[in-house]
Design a protein around this ligand. Structure first.
Ligand SMILES: [Zn+2]
Length: 283
């Protein structure tokens, strides 16, 4: 082969190697870019005592978003575990392509001076946002906790002022309680409460227009208010939670807070992403 021919052969060879390297780099980037990063994973277990006073709603409670369940919100995932072969000592990276599943934790009846504070701390450590449906009277007593919730990016919803149940006779007072609570929250955070968790799930759709407030129910109810064992609450929730679930808990019991943090750790490990309830309702 003549010199020119050898040179051309050499250049073609080099180009081939460069292109091969480029393909490997691009493939590695694509694969690496979709690796999900999960938060801290710890695990709390065991239950402690808690009070058993009042509760919200019934087994019949249905989250408003029930209709969107089952849609392919996850999108693209091809679902295969993918492996990148390695050459020249480059590490082989295996990754499972897990689509993100949204889930919302909601807490009613707070804020509680002790347990809400513990919960906020645990959420901060895990970098998780939740939704609090607070009572106006408790918000007045503990404005610092409301401020903390807002600062940490949690969604603050309305649970009436004194936890009254809507009946045929008290519609006016019920509306006033929602407005009063909204005023308390606005005073503390500068934000209005758009979302309402009506105590016991009793609601009148007309408030949606007259008060500009949206009802939010739930579809996972572990009955934490009557169960002092955090482990039991955790397993009840894990059993029923699915994509776009809205989980009902109460941040006024030690066991519920303990359970909530364990639920977050476990569902995070399963690929769930915790969002505030508006992201599920309005999606
Ligand atoms: Zn309640």
């Amino acid at each position: 082969m003549c010199l020119r021919g050898k040179r051309a052969y050499l250049i073609a060879g080099c180009l081939g190697i460069v292109m091969l390297c480029a393909v490997v780099v691009v493939k590695t980037r694509v694969a690496g870019g979709s690796i999900p990063i999960w938060g801290n994973m710890g695990r709390n277990t065991a239950g402690r005592e808690c009070g058993q006073e009042e509760h919200d709603g019934s087994e019949g409670g249905q989250a408003q978003n029930a209709g969107i369940q089952g849609e392919d919100a996850g999108g693209n995932a091809d679902g295969n575990a993918r492996g990148m072969g390695s050459r020249d000592g480059v590490e082989t990276a295996y990754q499972e392509d897990m689509s993100v599943k949204k889930v919302a934790l909601t807490f009613d009846d707070g804020p509680h001076p002790r347990y809400t504070e513990q919960l906020l701390e645990g959420l901060r450590k895990r970098n998780v946002r939740v939704t609090f449906f607070v009572l106006g009277q408790s918000a007045e007593l503990y404005p610092d906790l409301i401020r903390e919730m807002a600062q940490d990016g949690h969604l603050i919803g309305n649970h009436t002022y004194s936890h009254i149940q809507l009946t045929r006779r008290n519609g006016q007072r019920f509306a006033e309680e929602l407005q009063k609570t909204d005023a308390v929250i606005f005073e503390i955070t500068g934000q209005h409460t758009e979302f309402v968790r009506p105590p016991y799930g009793a609601w009148d759709k007309r408030y949606e227009e007259s008060l500009n407030m949206i009802q939010v129910l739930w579809n996972v109810d572990p009955l934490d208010w009557c169960c002092s064992d955090a482990g039991t609450v955790v397993s009840r929730v894990l059993e029923k939670t699915d994509e776009n679930s809205i989980i009902l808990l109460h941040d006024v019991y030690a066991s519920s807070v303990e359970a909530a943090l364990a639920i977050i750790d476990e569902l995070s490990a399963q690929g769930y992403e915790f969002v505030t309830v508006d992201e599920i309702i309005l999606d």
